[in-house]
Design a protein around this ligand. Structure first.
Ligand code: ZN
Length: 378
């Protein structure tokens, strides 16, 4: 059986780690194109100035427009060429990171997440949008980032809601990897650059990735609640460090090399309900994870454990928690149909999935979450 695993070349996290950015730029040359939202640059300006002076490097600021579009990628690639940049830095949240991946095309790329809201930083893929913010296409590159660098002090200073959303994204990782493994479905790690199915054939997940995904879930249960409190206090503690690692590294390797299944597909379906638009990716993924567990008729104890965790860290457990106060049967079936289109990861579940079954699972997950909150007097 053909299996594949992909990861960044280096992952490094620590307090004030940004001071070392110049060191990593130096491994490629003397200058880097910096792709970052001006607000994010402002947050870390003092640290950037320090590392520029200490390592005698040049950071070419790019006036990033905020959208990962083909036009913006072309403009930034031109800027990198005109300034003879030796590497690309993507600093900030998802858009800056994805744009940097597209500009670098799998070469000499340093990713510096300033929030831990998703597990995208370590992956070799990005999502392209049109300049007005509509989905365009997925892009896959020949390599994952060269360096993923996390300054835990910066993450601790960011709003807690980002960290909690990251826990929601990380929550689905084990359950989706387990389903993918049980069904012997393909994983993204097998995809080469540019195309969705490799010339040398698709690949299944490794035992390694499944073990990382399981450890990701165990870390969330153990350290999630206290990491949330640490982030509320804007302080780095061992629990917060463990959760940053779970949200970004364990979940990132787990999803890309372990596979996605129902939870992310249900998330994608739910985005067609306007009420969900004000909620973050990981918040919707958390509720979608409960829906996956209902869909696969998971153990009652496991379902209970996931509900307990979500409530403990403040993740959504019902549709109202993600902005959907009421939804008709027809609307819900539409969400489920979207989750079940042929290219969706829901078909990595180890049994045939129908839109009707998915709609039923979402409805029952919603009711379970509401019952749970009522039982707790919440
Ligand atoms: Zn995700």
């Amino acid at each position: 059986m053909r299996k594949a695993f992909i990861s960044p070349t280096k992952y490094v996290q620590g307090e004030d780690e940004l001071f070392n950015l110049g060191y990593f730029v130096k491994t490629f040359g003397n200058s880097a194109l910096l792709i970052a939202h001006p607000e994010d640059v402002k947050r870390v300006r003092a640290k950037l100035d320090y590392t520029i002076n200490k390592f005698n490097i040049t950071l070419v600021e790019s006036n990033f427009g905020g959208e990962c579009s083909r036009e913006e990628v072309r403009r930034l690639q031109g800027l990198a060429k005109d300034n003879a940049c030796s590497c690309t830095i993507g600093l900030g949240g998802g858009k800056a990171i994805d744009t940097a991946k597209c500009v670098a095309e799998g070469e000499a790329l340093i990713i510096v997440p300033t929030i831990a809201a998703t597990d995208a930083p370590t992956s070799h893929s990005a999502v392209l949008y049109t300049p007005d913010g509509q989905f365009d296409d997925y892009a896959y590159f020949k390599q994952s980032p060269s360096v993923v660098m996390i300054d835990t002090t910066v993450i601790a200073a960011a709003p807690t809601r980002f960290l909690v959303s990251g826990m929601g994204d990380a929550l689905s990782t084990y359950f989706e990897a387990r389903a993918t493994s049980n069904s012997y479905s393909n994983v993204n790690a097998g995809l080469p650059c540019g195309v969705r199915e490799g010339a040398c054939g698709p690949a299944k997940g490794t035992n390694t990735a499944l073990a990382l995904a399981k450890f990701c879930y165990e870390t969330l249960l153990k350290d999630g609640p206290s990491a949330k409190v640490a982030c509320d206090c804007n302080l780095v503690t061992p629990a917060l460090e463990n959760i940053i690692e779970a949200n970004i590294l364990l979940s990132g390797l787990g999803f890309e090399s372990g596979g996605l299944a129902a939870a992310h597909a249900i998330h994608n379906g739910l985005t067609s309900l306007a009420g969900t638009h004000h909620y973050y990716h990981g918040e919707k993924v958390a509720f979608s994870t409960i829906a996956q567990l209902v869909l696969e008729n998971a153990d009652q104890d496991e379902l209970q454990e996931v509900l307990d965790f979500c409530i403990a860290v403040g993740l959504p457990v019902c549709l109202a928690d993600i902005g959907v106060d009421s939804v008709s049967a027809e609307e819900l079936l539409e969400v489920a149909r979207k989750a079940c289109i042929p290219e969706e990861s829901i078909h990595s579940m180890p049994f045939p999935v129908t839109a009707e079954a998915v709609a039923a699972a979402i409805r029952v997950a919603d009711q379970l979450g509401r019952n749970y909150k009522q039982g707790r007097g919440a």
